[in-house]
Design a protein around this ligand. Structure first.
Ligand SMILES: C[S@@+](CC[C@H](N)C(=O)[O-])C[C@H]1O[C@@H](n2cnc3c(N)ncnc32)[C@H](O)[C@@H]1O
Length: 245
């Protein structure tokens, strides 16, 4: 993405230059080349390459975050999961590969077209049967799930990576849908580093618009005694919440 600042390179790095908040490109590259790329499944690499050619590729989950999600899912033995915000499906594929063969992902996105870009790769990887994709806004689907008591406490894991202005609304509902001991991961909780930017700092419009919602969410998660949390500087910041009551 172009930068209009004199200090173009640095500006780009801060805003959207790569998918990490680490202050050194070399260090991030080291992590990718040492620990991530050599272990990345072939299908995920293929999907990452396809997505890189798409005009909205900045939205994709980074390879290091994909690796983290896959490991987390295995550590908690997740089976019944949900994803809000699919795009071309990189995090979805990471999830599908990490789940057992009878694992499930209820995946929601308002845009089916982008999901279909990645779908052939997901099918080729032999994990498409785990995915139930719903096109449309996620909130009404959550409300519908809540109407049936048997869905309460039925999810092991949820990855939320969609409209930041709804995260608080998702949280209210997800806390009832995730089991005690289950995990909700909220993506982009450091929001391009803008959470610590002074209010008059130059920011892209969409960064400025969603910033207040992210700040509110972070405060609300920290104050919520129904969850344990850990905010990690992976990707654009991901907050892991474990339901405790
Ligand atoms: C950052 S992208 C998701 C990236 C994805 N997790 C990946 O690994 O590539 C955000 C997605 O949220 C979707 N989205 C936006 N508003 C939504 C809503 N109300 N309900 C469901 N999906 C929504 C967008 O269409 C977009 O594909």
């Amino acid at each position: 993405m172009a930068s209009d600042s004199k200090n173009g390179e640095q500006h780009r790095h801060q805003e959207v230059g790569h998918k990490s908040l680490l202050q050194s490109d070399a260090l991030y590259q080291y992590i990718l080349e040492t620990s991530v790329y050599p272990r990345e499944p072939e299908a995920m690499k293929e999907l990452r390459d396809i997505t890189a050619k798409h005009p909205w590729n900045l939205m994709t989950t980074s390879a290091d975050e994909g690796q983290f999600l896959g490991l987390l899912l295995k550590l908690i033995n997740a089976k019944n999961t949900m994803e809000i915000g699919v795009y071309t499906g990189y995090s979805l594929l990471a999830t599908a590969l990490a789940l057992p063969d009878d694992g499930k992902i209820l995946a929601m996105d308002i845009n089916r077209e982008n999901y279909e870009i990645g779908l052939p790769v997901i099918q080729k990887a032999g994990v498409a049967h785990k995915i139930d994709f719903r096109e449309g806004p996620a909130l009404p689907v959550l409300d519908q799930l809540l109407e049936d008591a048997k869905n309460h406490g039925s999810f092991d894991f949820v990855f939320v990576d969609a409209d930041k202005d709804n995260y608080i609304n998702y949280h209210k509902r997800l806390l009832e849908l995730v089991k005690v001991g289950g995990v909700i991961a909220y993506d982009n909780t450091l929001w391009n580093g803008s959470v610590v930017a002074p209010p008059d700092a130059p920011m892209r419009k969409y960064i400025r618009y969603y910033r207040d919602f992210v700040l509110e969410l972070n405060k609300a998660l920290a104050a919520d005694d129904r969850i344990e949390i850990c905010q990690l500087p992976v990707g654009d910041g991901v907050t892991i919440c474990r339901r405790v009551k």
